[in-house]
Ligand binder design. Structure first.
Ligand code: GAR
Length: 200
């Protein structure tokens, strides 16, 4: 299975996929990494692994639609079976979803449908929940609302800060991502309404 991974930051989830894919038995390989900004660790990780990269900054385009069309084209050039948003901090538009809907997944650091958006870990902590976690889902037009593929629970500890909680969530998130993408690659998947089934 050919993966294009979209990133905006540290790229530890990308690294987990790159590491898993060094084993041919894993069933998936990262064929390109795309970003919405320069100079991030995630791009350095891709280059280190010898994976082609591309950067498309929203501000270099006349509007969001033009950026979305350029992103769609750049990703399509690498002929992915699955596109993985791994800490990509942008919402894609209609064109991208028209091309990649049903094969575009995102990982989010909270248990959906709670705490959507860019502050998943911090919002859960502020709310006072005792259990939070991470969610892998198919992206739809909403914010973190698409059909759920996998979730992992993470307990909130006394004294957690948003940073310590997010780091612990990310440990669970990397394992969830690697295991689930591998299972999707090797066993296939189906989406029926909101129900996702992975494997044979
Ligand atoms: C991950 O925790 C991911 O879920 C989150 O950004 C982090 C990226 O970490 N994404 C979002 O919050 C999107 N709403 P990484 O760059 O080390 O993989």
């Amino acid at each position: 299975m050919r993966l294009v991974v979209l990133v905006s930051g540290a790229g530890t989830n990308l690294q987990a996929l790159l590491d898993a894919a060094t084993d041919p038995a894993y069933g998936a390989t990262v064929v390109a990494v795309g970003a919405d900004r320069d100079g991030i660790e995630a791009l350095a990780r891709a280059e280190q692994a010898g994976v082609p990269t591309f950067v498309l900054r929203v501000r270099d385009f006349p509007d969001r639609v033009a950026w979305d069309q350029a992103l769609t084209k750049a990703v399509a050039e690498h002929q992915p079976d699955l596109v993985v948003s791994a800490g990509f901090m942008k919402l894609v538009g209609k064109d991208f979803l028209a091309e990649f809907g049903g094969r575009f997944v995102n990982t989010h650091p909270a248990l959906s449908p709670s705490f959507p958006g860019v502050r998943g870990a911090a919002d859960a902590l502020d709310y006072g929940v005792k259990v939070t976690g991470c969610t892998l889902f198919f992206v739809d037009e909403g914010v973190d609302t698409g059909p759920i593929i996998a979730q992992r629970a993470v307990a909130v500890a006394d004294g957690d800060t948003a940073e310590t909680l997010h780091e612990r969530i990310k440990v669970a998130e990397r394992a969830m991502l690697v295991e689930t993408i591998g299972a999707m690659a090797r066993g296939g998947f189906t989406i029926e309404g909101r129900r996702v089934a992975v494997g044979g």
